[in-house]
Design a protein around this ligand. Structure first.
Ligand code: CUA
Length: 158
């Protein structure tokens, strides 16, 4: 006895299956394209030697051109180094972040800055700060008992 499946039900089952196949194909393709490394990772680093590895042995802000900066951050439980940077409005800042211990997050709400910080990798993300103000930089990946205290400031001066 054949099981009767309604035509519309069969249609939805087919559509659901097709979507799963598309998702699997997209994930597989992007993994191959990115070399099985998450997109914001720019290079690898020995997580046990962060404090001795340039430029993370001297974290902080570098001016690379007029209006262009690079900011090197070390994330560790439960702080970011540097705790504060200051740039003039209109500056483009490229953030390079690595972790000296566990997985952290690196997010400046209401900007495009949002990346995971994985031990062993340097994450890179760039943003142009058009408006002056004090921007809160937070860890948005649970990393332990002091996670909610893990924050820093980006001060954009007029
Ligand atoms: Cu670091 Cu949460």
């Amino acid at each position: 006895m054949a099981i009767h499946v309604h035509r519309q039900e069969r249609l939805w089952l087919t559509a659901g299956l097709a979507i799963l196949v598309v998702f699997a194909a997209v994930i597989t393709t992007s993994a191959i394209v990115d070399g099985f490394v998450p997109p914001s990772r720019v290079q690898s680093i020995d997580p046990t030697k962060v404090a001795q590895t340039p430029p993370f042995d001297h974290p902080g802000l570098r001016r690379v051109a007029p209006g262009a900066y690079e900011a090197y951050y070390v994330a560790r439980i439960f702080s970011f180094t540097p705790a504060e940077i200051r740039v003039p409005a209109g500056s483009r800042v490229t953030f390079y972040v690595t972790s000296a211990d566990v997985e952290h997050g690196f997010s400046i709400p209401e900007t495009g800055v949002n990346t995971m910080v994985t031990p062993g990798w340097v994450s890179g993300v760039s943003h142009r700060f058009a408006k002056p103000g004090t921007y809160l930089l937070v860890c948005n990946e649970y990393c332990g008992a002091g996670h909610q205290l893990m924050a820093a400031k980006v001060v954009v001066t007029p």
